[in-house]
Design a protein around this ligand. Sequence first.
Ligand code: GSF
Length: 201
Amino acid sequence: MKLLYSPASPYARKVLVLAHETGLIDRITVTAAAASPTGSAAEVAGHNPLGKIPALVLEDGTALYDSRVICEYLDGHSTGPRLFPEGAARWDALTRQALADGLLDAALLTRYELVLRPEAQRWDAWEAGQIGKITAALDRFETLAAALPALDIGTVALACALGYLDLRFPDLAWREGRPALAAWFATAERRPSMTATVPKG
Ligand code: GSF
């Protein structure tokens, strides 16, 4: 299987962390590909009409996206733990993944606003709104941190989201006022699946 990714992509990291945790990492080759709202590499758009990464290309040429679909597909082939629980626990895990992915969506939109949009066209209220979503998501995770499961798709998504804030939004200082979340991440980021996939960019 070929993963179209970028070394800094937190969504792609979610896929790679899950691949490590489920024993599938050796079945995945990675190909770096450029993806941007103002134009993505042809290889990306050829597989995903949205022009976004990650996209997983199977041996028969089928392309899977987005990261949520790719993660659930891989989990179904796990040689070890299943990170998508069955039953009632499933909805809790999926909702925590959605909250972490939504935090990332707001972070990416903020980054694109600051890095891609010409300064004269920036909209302060837009940036403030996205930062507000990041902050609200972090505050909710602070209330959940003490009782999170050891490992599921929600905890993987959260770890990748916090790692992305460290990479791209150090000034946000997300750990300040969030001791339980900071303590949780101090352990989570030391998992081999996390140390093997530290984002670079
Ligand atoms: C989001 C992927 C995404 O925005 C998922 O895979 O879960 N819902 C999707 N990826 C970014 C790159 S990033 O992860 O650094 C992307 O492809 N941006 C290009 C664009 O057109 O927004």
